[in-house]
Design a protein around this ligand. Structure first.
Ligand SMILES: [Fe+2]
Ligand SMILES: [Fe+2]
Length: 282
């Protein structure tokens, strides 16, 4: 797909129907979750995904303070995007409940409140700094968005193939479909923004090389990110997936043709982590 303006990308996105429709969600046989064994080692991964999806909200609010969030097409996309990510978090939470992991009625508020003050202060400072750079930073935001979406989609794919649970499989397929549409939006806008000028490309590449970390690291405890990487991406096949489905796609963006960062970071987390089950829970 090739787009000429951010508006074209938004128009494309708006033509995509939601995969997690009310009909789809009401057809989920929740009462059958317990009929199939689910390996407990994936439980912290479900919690991690739930929390990352829920914190999208916070990230959305941070971006609204920047020139990126003031772009009318990007902000329109983000309204729907935020809603979809919240649903993904809710699906994970419900599945955990059905497995027997009870959560508080106010779990979403708890997840948001658990983010450290240090992280929030840091995020505030970064947002202020990006405002100094101005519009040229949009390319960086969009590149990060694209990487995070690809990484999320691959995480769900790996989770699906490793757990192969009949109730979870169709939920994951629907989530993956929405993540792919999010990625298409971010990736396409990133490409347009990066093509606009050299400074935008330089900043995006610099920030990715120096500050990129797997989605959720920073707002959630690092040990939880490590556990997720080790559980989903260790061994040849896992890291191969990240390399072909994420890193190599990022290389197609202007100014990123030789990037190795994502494979390196996730690979080293996956291979060196020995975080226990208990330590990986929220
Ligand atoms: Fe999501
Ligand atoms: Fe997404």
């Amino acid at each position: 797909m090739s787009f000429e303006t951010n508006k074209d990308v938004l128009d494309w996105y708006e033509r995509q129907e939601r995969a997690l429709t009310p009909e789809f969600m009401s057809s989920i046989p929740w009462n059958k979750v317990k009929d199939t064994r689910f390996d407990e080692k994936f439980v912290p991964v479900l919690f991690y995904m739930r929390d990352v999806e829920t914190l999208t909200d916070m990230y959305h609010r941070e971006l609204q303070r920047t020139p990126t969030g003031k772009d009318p097409h990007i902000s329109k996309f983000m309204e729907r995007w935020g809603v979809e990510e919240i649903t993904h978090g809710e699906m994970m939470n419900r599945f955990l409940n059905e497995l027997g992991y009870e959560t508080d009625e106010k779990w979403q508020t708890q997840v948001r409140n658990a983010v450290t003050k240090a992280y929030q202060a840091n995020a505030y400072m970064l947002t202020t700094l990006t405002n100094l750079i101005g519009k040229k930073f949009t390319a960086t935001h969009m590149t990060f968005g694209a990487i995070h979406e690809m990484e999320a989609a691959q995480g769900y794919r790996r989770l699906k193939s490793l757990t192969d649970h009949p109730v979870l499989n169709p939920i994951l397929d629907a989530i993956i479909k929405e993540e792919s549409a999010h990625n298409q939006f971010y990736w396409s806008v990133a490409k347009l923004e990066l093509n606009k000028n050299k400074t935008a490309r330089r900043i995006a590449r610099f920030v990715t090389e120096h500050f990129w970390a797997p989605v959720g690291q920073g707002s959630l405890a690092k040990r939880r990110t490590e556990y997720l990487c080790a559980t989903l991406f260790s061994g040849g096949e896992g890291i191969e997936t990240i390399d072909t489905k994420v890193t190599q796609r990022v290389r197609q963006l202007p100014g990123f043709d030789d990037i190795t960062k994502i494979t390196e970071v996730i690979g080293s987390m996956a291979e060196t982590s020995n975080v226990s089950f208990e330590a990986a829970l929220p």
